[in-house]
Design a protein around this ligand. Structure first.
Ligand SMILES: [Zn+2]
Length: 203
């Protein structure tokens, strides 16, 4: 690879850092882009720039949005009192694909794993707390991915909401262990939502 021109080597290196892209795939993609028509290749570059430059966290739910307030939060048909807490836009997209959720979201901005000692960031939890204090929130559904070590990582979220008077629920246990919400089919997600159960806020 050392004999390749520097820009091409750089492209291979960058592509190789994407999740699921090994060295061979990175090379194949880079050579494809080298051969591609200039507008095609530049459209990809422009799309990446747009995602990074035009999207900011929604002021209410923290989901990436080109507007101050995202399309879901600013939709008058959505129930602002019903908030589904998700880990990232990937799970949000899965619930939106399902198409039956009438409430709004709150994005924690990453996956936590109690087994790996990795928790959720503090800021999104504080923002959720502020949102509840602001009034109008009736129920919060914890829609995070099931962790094989249980709901330990959710402790700080539950704690932040204790005493708020809001109803706290959790997706039904029907979710397969270690499941990725983003890959679950609409019927499973819908069932998990419909059969959600109350979470105790007492510690
Ligand atoms: Zn929003």
């Amino acid at each position: 690879m050392g004999s390749l021109p520097e820009p091409l080597r750089r492209l291979i290196k960058e592509l190789g850092q994407l999740p699921g892209v090994g060295e061979q795939t990175a090379e194949r993609l880079a050579f494809h882009l080298l051969q591609a028509e200039k507008p095609e290749a530049l459209a990809l570059a422009a799309a990446i720039c747009d995602v990074k430059e035009r999207l900011r966290p929604c002021e209410r739910c923290l989901a990436a949005s080109p507007e101050k307030c995202c399309a879901v939060c600013s939709d008058p048909a959505r129930d602002q009192g019903l908030v589904l807490v998700v880990e990232s836009e990937r799970e949000l997209a899965a619930f939106e694909r399902m198409g039956r959720f009438v409430g709004v979201y709150h994005v924690l901005g990453g996956r936590a794993s109690a087994s790996e000692g990795r928790g959720y960031a503090a800021r999104p939890i504080e923002r959720l707390q502020e949102r509840v204090r602001g009034g109008g929130v009736r129920e919060i559904i914890l829609g995070t991915n099931p962790d094989k070590h249980g709901d330990l990582a959710l402790g700080p979220v539950v704690q932040a909401l204790a005493g708020s008077g809001v109803k706290l629920t959790r997706l039904a246990r029907g979710l397969p262990q270690g499941a990725n919400i983003e890959y679950l089919g609409a019927p499973i997600l819908e069932e998990a939502l419909q059969e959600r159960r109350a979470v105790s806020m007492e510690r």
